[in-house]
Design a protein around this ligand. Structure first.
Ligand code: SF4
Length: 85
């Protein structure tokens, strides 16, 4: 997977500075689970491998889920339910 958002240039800046000062990364680090409206009430969240990068690539934003990860979580939920029936 690749994140196409430019973050900085490690040849010209220390990684620590890129991590600490790039607005994109600061915004990403400030996100809380409560900011993810779709996920707050999701019954599959315990089966989900949530990925901000996938969200960003798919939706051009972090807060809306990447549909493929939702489908995988649904499948894992269904398989778990079947194995416990
Ligand atoms: S399955 Fe989709 S909606 Fe549910 S927690 Fe995961 S990303 Fe969010």
């Amino acid at each position: 997977m690749e994140l196409t958002q430019p973050l900085g240039n490690a040849l010209n800046q220390p990684i620590k500075e890129i991590w600490g000062k790039t607005p994109f990364l600061k915004d990403l680090r400030s996100l809380k689970k409560k900011d993810l409206m779709f996920c707050k009430i999701c019954k599959y969240k315990n089966y989900c491998v949530f990925c901000y990068a996938n969200n960003f690539i798919w939706n051009k934003g972090y807060k809306k889920p990447y549909p493929y990860q939702c489908k995988i979580a649904q499948i894992k939920y269904s398989l778990d339910k079947k194995s416990n029936d």
